[in-house]
Design a protein around this ligand. Structure first.
Ligand code: GLY
Ligand code: MN
Ligand code: MN
Length: 439
């Protein structure tokens, strides 16, 4: 914890510097950042799991307390209005007393609807940052999530502080422990449901704590890109396993994928080839490189693998131009990672919010930025046998370039994705996932 404590003051000093810059430009007194409110389930007396506003958890690792407010103006010590009701039904949060609390001025709020008493009197000069626009209106905010402020914060969020990098490392370390347990469970015959339990136990995180719904897919289910169902039965025969699962540390996410073959066969060879390609892509990351170019490079590598494994015939350029590689690799190379799994700002090219979309041929790419020092991104190439997409190929002359026997052989295995989380440094890349020992 010492390392985090040492970096924390520099972290909020940097956040304060950003706030000072943007509020002076926008003629605001400051920002009031709302942690959020619980969302009630329809016709029920229960709430959905609470998900804190990412702008709030950027300042403090308080992830589970709605009705909190943070007042920041770039000059003064940040003020936290911390919700502590008298409530015998629910666990009430303890008064903060840890490495960050000495750097924050804390006021306690016992009734959520009394927050106006603790907010600044000139509230019209402060911008509300949060989800509940109706609440902000009632409180008298004139400015809510202004574009100029959001673009500025989202653009700069891509550059992580040392504190954030350390949180992301720990999120990787925890998830790697889960991946090792999940891999062992797979080879020991576990069902998807049992593998999920093994993962959660090893990470010591519940399914509402991990940063996204884990993908735990056996056999053909590995071809479903967002497969989040968990089958309880153990399939026979056992062929393959794809797991896309992360962990949360102080509100920062890891996002890791591995694929395994139960036996040594064409699929294990294909995994090995994809793994080599993935590591080569990570090696291409460096400050000044356009992420879109890495995505295009991925298509070249996948095209070559398709030729090497007799999945398709022709040449790499032709496979890309005709959209054949797109059928086997239909998602983006990856995305920025941080407070959110798909961190905001992937399309922003300056702090004013200039948006550059993904190229038309690659609509699912989530990042078009130029890499820079202290950015954190995932690199997650994949290759899948997706019948609904293959149908499209069957409709035209491209079908003659596909070796359908190989497709039939690979179909039972579903697909492959290999995903690591990487920090771009000035002189090297730090592949956090591999450095914590995941092959
Ligand atoms: N787990 C979500 C993703 O890889 O983007
Ligand atoms: Mn993932
Ligand atoms: Mn990802």
């Amino acid at each position: 914890m010492d390392l985090l404590a040492n970096h924390y003051l520099a972290h909020i000093t940097e956040l304060n510097r950003r706030v000072a810059d943007i509020v002076s430009r926008e003629n605001l007194s400051g920002l009031v950042i709302h942690s959020g409110q619980p969302h009630r389930q329809f016709l029920d007396d229960m709430d959905y799991p609470f998900k804190v506003n990412p702008h709030f958890k950027a300042w403090l690792p308080v992830l589970d307390n709605p009705h909190c407010w943070l007042l920041v103006n770039g000059k003064d010590k940040p003020q936290l209005i911390f919700y502590r009701p008298v409530d015998f039904w629910h666990k009430v949060a303890d008064v903060p007393d840890n490495f960050w609390s000495e750097h924050i001025e804390i006021k306690l709020l016992t009734k959520a609807d009394k927050v106006a008493d603790l907010l600044p009197k000139d509230i019209g000069q402060w911008a509300y940052i949060g989800e509940h626009l109706d609440v902000a209106e009632v409180l008298g905010f004139k400015t809510r999530n202004p574009d100029a402020v959001m673009s500025y914060l989202h653009y700069h969020r891509a550059t992580k502080t040392q504190y954030e990098l350390e949180c992301l490392r720990r999120a990787n370390e925890i998830a790697v422990g889960g991946h090792v347990a999940a891999k062992n469970a797979f080879y020991n015959g576990a069902s998807e449901f049992e593998i999920q339990q093994a993962y959660l136990t090893a990470t010591n995180q519940g399914e509402n704590e991990v940063p996204y719904a884990n993908i735990v897919a056996l056999n053909r289910n590995a071809s479903i890109l967002h497969y989040t169902k968990l089958e309880h039965a153990s399939p026979h025969p056992r062929q393959s396993f794809l797991i896309d699962a992360g962990a949360n540390f102080f509100g920062y996410a890891s996002d890791i994928t591995r694929t395994y073959s139960f036996e040594k066969n064409i699929f294990s060879d294909l995994i090995a080839a994809m793994n080599r390609a993935q590591l080569e892509l990570v090696d291409l990351m460096k400050s000044g490189v356009k992420y879109v170019d890495l995505h295009i490079e991925t298509h070249k590598k996948i095209g070559q693998i398709m030729l090497d494994f007799n999945i398709a015939t022709g040449d790499v350029e032709g496979l890309i131009e005709q959209g054949i590689t797109n059928v086997f690799f239909p998602h983006g190379l990856g995305h920025m990672l941080g407070l959110q799994v798909h961190d905001m700002g992937g399309f922003l090219h300056d702090e004013r919010g200039t948006h550059i979309s993904a190229p038309e041929a690659h609509p699912f790419l989530r990042c078009t930025r130029t890499l820079a020092v202290n950015q954190v991104l995932t690199i997650e190439p994949g290759i899948y046998i997706i019948d609904s997409l293959l149908e499209g190929l069957k409709q035209d002359k491209r079908q003659t370039q596909i070796n359908w026997d190989t497709i039939d052989k690979l179909r039972p295995f579903g697909g492959i994705r290999i995903e690591d989380n990487v920090i771009v440094h000035a002189d090297r890349n730090e592949n956090m996932t591999r450095e914590y020992g995941l092959d």
